[in-house]
Design a protein around this ligand. Structure first.
Ligand code: 5GP
Length: 191
């Protein structure tokens, strides 16, 4: 997605050879027009899959997911990372290890919102080592629902997330694939 790549070039900050900061449009401040285009792109790539729910992880997955769900005409659900006073039982849960934060989180969603009849599209902001996406996929499996695939806004193609998800037989669609962050420079994989 060309406009997303331009935005990454213009506003992204390379923090190290493996971490890209995009707080000006995705992870802190959100560019709603860009998110609308992101949602349209995911909806068009998965339009034939008869999706009934879009599933993401709080908080940075919510904006692209809402826009995708709006376009597909279905609800979106975000998994919670922290214990909630109101979300206490009747849950699907998975353990997610974050390499960036060096900590493990239990993520959860209520069983009320995904059932075995659903066809679920998983969306996330970044794909690195695939742990967040695999945790979301794990909860879809627990529910007995069908997974239509995984939509990623920014994939770091030099990490192994895609490989792990594809090994499980699932489709991954990324709107921008970064092939390197070396020497402070963002390089994209050619489409
Ligand atoms: P994974 O579980 O695939 O290893 O990492 C994905 C999660 O870690 C994403 O949900 C995102 O929040 C965070 N993440 C991983 N790498 C980056 C990065 O380079 N930049 C930002 N902003 N977040 C990242």
């Amino acid at each position: 997605m060309e406009r997303l790549k331009q935005k990454i070039i213009n506003e992204g900050k390379v923090l190290s050879d493996s971490v890209l900061k995009v707080d000006s449009f995705l992870n802190h401040q959100i560019d709603p027009v860009l998110m609308q285009e992101v949602g349209e792109e995911f909806a068009s790539r998965f339009q034939d899959e008869r999706i009934t729910k879009v599933l993401t992880l709080e908080s940075s997955g919510i904006a692209p997911s809402v826009m995708t769900a709006l376009r597909l005409g279905v609800p979106t659900i975000f998994a919670r990372k922290r214990k909630s006073l109101t979300l206490i039982d009747h849950l699907y849960s998975a353990e997610v290890y974050s390499y960036t934060k060096q900590e493990s989180n239990t993520i959860s969603i209520s069983k009320d919102y995904i059932t075995h009849d659903d066809v679920v599209l998983v969306i996330d902001d970044f794909l690195a080592n695939g742990q967040a996406a695999l945790g979301l996929i794990d909860m879809v499996k627990q529910s007995g629902a069908t997974l239509a695939g995984v939509g990623i806004v920014i994939e770091k193609g030099f990490q192994n997330g895609r490989k792990l998800i594809e090994q499980e037989g699932f489709r991954v669609e990324s709107l921008a694939i970064v092939s390197s962050l070396e020497n402070g420079k963002v390089t994209f994989k050619e489409d």
